[in-house]
Design a protein around this ligand. Structure first.
Ligand code: S3P
Length: 173
């Protein structure tokens, strides 16, 4: 595989855990965009938002999309908001297969609630309606790819195997 595999999707859809497992399976390098931004800036995503605001975070995110889009053979877990800027999608798509992970609002809520405080866009007492509203507002952005994999009610291995099937199909075309 030469192209990157780029996982997009809302917060809590499993991009990081699925990406790590997928990379292991395909013997590719795994890169988590948020963690890379943290390395470059020396701050956690939450600190970055708190100290410099979302605009600064989005600008770091764009630089990271530029950098990673020029590389190959990576499994990239993006941050949920990477789709907010069309330029990011163009940059990552240039050398990448885009796969969108999905999950039910209830699953998303359960997953993000486990890591309270690490996602600056979600308030601590977040409700399922808030998730539904945000999902609805972003839905048209996640549809930048037709390759979609649901991660609700499935174990990690099934999700990884679903993605592998998509990749095989694309390679045989
Ligand atoms: C964001 C998602 C987060 C992180 C930042 C903004 C978003 O990543 O990039 O808090 O706008 O959806 P995860 O999707 O990994 O939580």
């Amino acid at each position: 595989m030469d192209k990157n595999i780029v996982l997009i999707g809302f917060m809590g859809t499993g991009k990081s855990s699925v990406g790590l497992k997928l990379a292991e399976k395909l013997k590719m390098k795994f890169v988590d965009m948020d963690r890379e931004i943290e390395k470059v800036t020396g701050m956690s995503v939450s600190q970055l938002f708190r100290k410099y605001g979302e605009i600064r975070f989005r600008s770091e995110e764009r630089l990271m999309a530029q950098k990673l889009g020029q590389q190959s053979n990576l499994v990239i877990a993006t941050g949920g908001g990477v789709v907010l800027e069309d330029e990011n999608i163009q940059l990552l798509r240039e050398n990448g297969i885009m796969i969108c992970l999905e999950a039910s609002p209830a699953d998303i809520l359960a997953r993000v609630s486990r890591k309270k405080g690490s996602r600056p866009l979600l308030k601590r007492d977040i409700k399922i309606e808030d998730i539904e509203n945000m999902l609805q507002a972003r839905e048209h952005l996640y549809s930048c790819t037709t390759h979609r994999v649901n991660t609700s009610d499935k174990d990690l291995y099934t999700v990884v195997s679903d993605i592998q099937k998509i990749i095989k199909q694309l390679e045989s075309k």
